[in-house]
Design a protein around this ligand. Structure first.
Ligand code: MTE
Ligand code: MO
Length: 157
């Protein structure tokens, strides 16, 4: 694959403004290959985490925020389903965008954890706003890790 087309090696670009579909359900593939269907409603019954004062920092079209995001810690979702040892996780959207996160980063203690967000400023996030959206508060440029419209999460050994 041409590296420029690899969703896990995202490059600076104009973000897609429109979701690839209306359905916010995504697939979670665990290390043994089993696939779980995760709806936003399923996420809301996992432990709730709120992070405030988040900015989406885009070099292309400026900074937006501050936002408060409510969601499930990515680590909490993984721990609810994964029984095998794992070292990294891939988060992919249906418009061919995504990122890879290492276990060490997810496990290191922080008051602003990486989140699968379903609310923004106390309201249900619209599909256009990214439902379900990966929020990586530590990211400071390009917003390349703030993946909108997650369609698949793949946990890797
Ligand atoms: N699925 C998806 N997520 C994405 C993108 C995209 O094109 N597709 N673009 C990224 C980039 S480059 C930016 S700058 C932000 C833009 O976020 P915003 O639409 O909330 O401003 O989304 C990020 N997440
Ligand atoms: Mo961006």
């Amino acid at each position: 694959m041409n590296p420029i087309d690899d969703p896990l090696n995202p490059h600076s670009h104009e973000p897609n403004p429109e979701p690839p579909s209306q359905d916010a359900t995504f697939e979670l593939v665990v290390v043994n290959g089993r696939c779980h269907t995760i709806t936003p409603a399923r996420l809301t019954v996992l432990p709730v985490t709120i992070i405030t004062n988040c900015y989406i920092v885009s070099t292309g079209h400026g900074t937006s925020g501050p936002f408060a995001f409510t969601g499930t810690r990515l680590l909490d979702l993984i721990q609810a389903y994964e029984e095998s040892a794992w070292s990294q996780v891939e988060i992919i959207s249906a418009d061919g965008f995504g990122c890879r996160i290492q276990a060490e980063e997810l496990r290191s203690p922080t008051d602003k954890p990486i989140l699968l967000a379903y609310n923004i400023n106390g309201q249900t996030m619209s599909r256009q706003q990214g439902l379900v959206r990966l929020i990586v508060p530590s990211e400071k440029d390009d917003a390349l890790r703030q993946v909108k419209w997650i369609s698949r999460i793949c946990i890797r050994p």
